[in-house]
Design a protein around this ligand. Sequence first.
Ligand code: XBP
Ligand code: MG
Length: 246
Amino acid sequence: MKLEALIFDVDGTLAETERDGHRVAFNAAFDAAGLGWHWDVETYGRLLAITGGKERMLSWWQALDPVVADRELAHRAERVKALHADKTLRYTALVAAGRVRLRPGVATLIEQARTAGLRLAIATTTTPDNVTALLRHTLGEASLRWFEVIGAGDVVAAKKPAPDIYRWVLERMQLAPGAALALEDSANGVVAARAAGLACVVSPSVYTRDDDFADALDLVDEWPALELLRRRHAAASHLADESYSH
Ligand code: XBP
Ligand code: MG
């Protein structure tokens, strides 16, 4: 099948957002709330196994102080929601201040894809406001219109590694998975993309270098030119029908 679309993950893929962006924003929100929580670089790396900021905070809280009572769990979920809203404001402010840059190759690849008439979309676990801020402050305001579908955050109930966000995006694009490539940085992302029937090219980020990428179509250090992605996709389509399509 011909390559018609690229579907980008955000955190770790478009930019190195986690260590100096999200982590810093979480800690600032914890400080402002007087919680006495702090996620150092290593701890945060471990916590990334839990996708989604609210889910990550809830799981941390449960590990620190386990509760089982429904009422207390509901109270925590509310508290975490408010904390997360504050964290999002802090994260988007960091992005607006230029603290997060695109990874090498991303801007060129997007430009090449647009010139070639490929369709572009985003499938991410992160909050929609984070995506908007990142695009606006790196590629510029117009880039918000370059992505015909942006699937982000809580639009699906189950976050990556569940395939839901990729399925959600494909459905809105009315696109067969064999006509697209997913671009990811993490094993959770590859599992999600593959389970939605997409071939996935991976470029690991600082926190995902040791992930297992056995299911990826290709593993690259930096984001390559479109031509290489086209070749990889063509080779996969060739073998296809058993291993890379549903
Ligand atoms: C990465 C995530 C997100 C971010 C934080 O998603 O798991 O939770 O760490 O963002 P992806 P939020 O790699 O799919 O972009 O706090 O908004 O969840
Ligand atoms: Mg990612």
